[in-house]
Design a protein around this ligand. Structure first.
Ligand code: ATP
Length: 259
């Protein structure tokens, strides 16, 4: 793990829906190249936390500091919308559970991967197409499908295309919301392998929400366990899953073991 200072520093973060807290009191340091899994049962606040950290939901209380590529750390609630939009174009990615939320379903695969490059100033058509073809190869989509739209792709291919669209600009931080659920088990395993190798190769920092502890085990360095909107346990993934301290985590782990 590289980098002497955290990429993301979260203190006492919370998001409130009306008069109910979706998540609250969350502290977290994410280091460059580190993968953190957020686990917990349905309704525990995982998606709300991911939304809050990624600025898709407002921060009702607390603070989130992000250290940008230029080395400057800034409070995300203070930098303004256009700076956050710039982060999305250049430093951040978001992989949705449903590829339709992260892709343009009727635009060609090459267009889906080329668009983010154009948004960062790439202009040369030949180079954009070559970069898109290279990314299709990396995510194991046959390059002869480059002119086909994702509506014609299988679920696994769509998800791999969404990953290519996110990673083509070499982001530093990628948020993932249940990226493998909804796929067949064998497709899931292959996708997880791909995500794991790309994340390691590119040195990405990732926050991944999953209800599947096997996904957390396979892909993450650290795990946060959520219950009722709070992080009730956190630590190295192997420690949390092999030697859970909180009674709730013990239950979560044993319910998986019992199938
Ligand atoms: N748009 C919303 N308006 C009001 N309450 C919401 C909204 N979205 C989520 N909540 C509430 O916030 C709490 C946390 O929900 P959240 O979706 O973050 O949980 P989750 O762990 O991601 O669940 P799942 O695994 O089912 O997606 C729940 O009590 C939920 O009912």
């Amino acid at each position: 793990m590289s980098g002497a200072r955290p990429l993301l520093q979260v203190r006492d973060a919370g998001h409130r829906y009306g008069d109910r807290w979706g998540c609250r009191g969350v502290d977290l340091d994410l280091w460059p190249g580190e993968v953190i899994a957020v686990v917990g049962e349905s309704g525990s606040g995982k998606s709300t936390l991911l939304g809050t950290l990624s600025q898709r939901l407002s921060l009702t209380e607390g603070s989130i500091r992000y250290r940008a590529a230029d080395g400057e750390a800034a409070d995300l609630s203070e930098i303004g919308e256009s700076a956050v939009r710039r982060l999305w174009r250049t430093e951040w990615g978001f992989v949705h559970q449903d590829p339709a939320d992260g892709l343009r379903m009727h635009v060609s695969a090459g267009g889906n991967v080329g668009e983010p490059l154009m948004a960062t100033g790439w202009r040369h058509y030949g180079r954009i197409r070559a970069a898109a073809a290279e990314w299709l190869r990396r995510v194991e989509i046959p390059v002869d499908r480059i002119d086909d739209a994702p509506v014609t792709f299988s679920g696994g291919m769509r998800q791999r295309l969404q990953i290519a669209r996110n990673l083509v600009v070499s982001p530093r931080l990628v948020f993932m919301d249940e990226p493998t659920s909804g796929l067949d088990v064998s497709v899931q395993a292959r996708l997880l392998d791909l995500i794991r190798s790309l994340v390691a190769e590119l040195g990405l920092a990732v926050i991944i929400v999953t209800h599947d502890l096997a996904v957390a085990r396979l892909i993450s360095h650290r795990t946060l366990v959520m219950k009722d909107g709070r992080v009730i346990e956190s630590g190295l993934t192997d420690r949390v899953l092999d030697d859970p301290q909180a009674a709730y985590t013990q239950l979560l782990v044993s319910s998986i073991l019992q199938g």
